[in-house]
Write a protein that binds this ligand. Structure first.
Ligand code: ADP
Length: 174
């Protein structure tokens, strides 16, 4: 790599080892591409948005969620009248669970996802562009850094998160 950089006249310094990024660039969030989006072949569109923004994918899997996992994930909502319908929606088919990393990723991702109620979600957001109704709203994204930490723990084992250093960091963050 060093040789190639020399030949190309690049002066980006030596390759970085993982862990060299400052902590504020290592914030993580959980994103779920929900079963409606998998059925509607929207997985690629959702991933593309986070990639293009500059966030780094550190974990991803397709799985069929079960009730136990969803009860933990949605523990705040278990008393809501729509909870049975939410469970049946979320277990209706496979979903894609992902962990994205980067500066302010929790807040930025929530902004990119848009309002919970799709009818009120701004155009340009994932829900505003792909969803018609709150009960089929395409994606989940953690709502705070603390929630993200907890949710990532529900959906992923520690060794499923891949530590890697992105080579475009200087161009993404300046
Ligand atoms: P968000 O997903 O935007 O963080 P909430 O945590 O309030 O929103 O709700 C979790 C999920 O529960 C929503 O994304 C949606 O799938 C479902 N949900 C919320 N409110 C309703 C509702 N009134 N009717 C049906 N489903 C709902």
């Amino acid at each position: 790599r060093g040789l190639l950089r020399g030949q190309l006249g690049l002066s980006l310094g030596p390759p970085r080892c993982y862990g060299s990024a400052p902590p504020e660039l290592r914030e993580q969030t959980l994103v779920l591409v929900k079963p409606d989006a998998v059925q509607r072949r929207l997985v690629g569109d959702v991933i593309r948005r986070f990639e293009r923004r500059g966030f780094k994918l550190v974990a991803m899997k397709l799985l069929q969620a079960d009730r136990g996992l969803l009860d933990k994930h949605y523990q705040q909502l278990r008393q809501k009248p729509f909870y049975p319908a939410l469970l049946s929606y979320m277990t209706s088919g496979p979903l894609v669970a992902m962990v994205w990393e980067g500066y302010n990723v929790v807040r930025s991702t929530r902004a990119m996802v848009g309002d919970t109620n799709s009818a009120q979600a701004a155009a340009g957001t994932i829900r505003g562009d792909f969803s018609m109704h709150v009960s089929r709203n395409v994606v989940h994204a953690s709502d705070s850094v603390e929630t993200a930490l907890r949710e990532i723990g529900f959906w992923f084992q520690r060794d499923e998160l891949v530590a890697w250093e992105s080579s475009d960091r200087d161009y993404t963050y300046g």
